[in-house]
Write a protein that binds this ligand. Sequence first.
Ligand code: KG4
Ligand code: ZN
Length: 368
Amino acid sequence: MSVPMDAPLTVLGIESSCDETAAAVVRLDSAGPRVLSDVVLGQAAQHAPYKGVVPEIAARAHVEGVDAVIGAAMRDAGLGYADLDAVAATAGPGLIGGVMVGLLAGKAIALAHDKPLLAVNHLEAHALSPRLAEGGAQFPYLLLLASGGHCQFIAVLGVGDYRRLGSTIDDALGEAFDKVAKLLDLGFPGGPLVEQAAKSGDPKRFALPRPLAGRDGCDFSFAGLKTACAREIERLGAPSAQDRSDLCASFQAAVLDILEDRTERAMRLFDPLWGARGRLVAAGGVAANQAIRGLLENLAERNGYDFVAPPMRWCTDNAAMVALAGAERLRLGMVDGLDAPARPRWPLDEAAARLRPSHRPGRKGAKA
Ligand code: KG4
Ligand code: ZN
């Protein structure tokens, strides 16, 4: 049963699929969503010595932090559990130990307080996150979702209605940023550090490949670019600070060229299918990158698109986007049972046929 459009819905969201333990309360009414609280407990310091996210450490940290984070979100919102209309928790895809922690916490609250549960797909939360922005993103829109685990173009037609237009055939874009940072010993998480280092570097010093640029469709490939960076670093031996900056700048320049080519092709797929003036939306951690945001903004303008990106704190993992996805689904009556499983893999458009079935997305080693 769906809820009347104008009835305000207040939903607690919980996020624990990677290395942030997060909880937030969002109220959705006819004027749009309002974030009443938004708490994120990061784990970067625990993972930094290993230069990457260690699943077992992440799961333990979620167990240790989840109660306090949920308590803080409820306190900041000035609400008790009885005031909630539902509880939403990320149920996948992600690191399964962490997903189970947040999902179980959500189930316990839903059961104890007799509230509906929404088992939210983390990718759907990212896909809807631009609707948290001032003015929101109206459906339909062309979404570039670029994070540590995913890189894809999705036509977002409505809540629960997603069509994948293209995706990476090997690595995610955030993964490539993290790998370059690791090879250069910049620290963790790598994306923001590569962006920072690139600011004082020469983007033309290293000739790096632009995989798949110029090809039909809008799939991505970053494995060759990553390997080319590794080879340059090997050749340098002990890179100086300037070498590091130059390599980061050259890597980011290659990424911008690839994104420019792929995004324009995604627009050409999106245009005839879903409307005259398009809307281009960026989400996921990589959308926090200022150079990438700038490029997308220019591309949108050049192609007669409007550009929307969530504020930075809602680009990287957070629970406001989970609460919003939950509220939007609740409004449509799409609630889940307490037996909803935690899912390490969970494609966003699993029910929808791919528009261009020439690649199987996300399979390492697939041919372009
Ligand atoms: O969405 P997110 O927080 O978590 C996942 O669901 O993966 O994205 C994290 C990813 C990491 O790979 C991180 O290095 C990347 O987003 N990232 C960035 C920037 N900020 C975060 N990549 C490039 N530039 C940034 N400023
Ligand atoms: Zn994410």
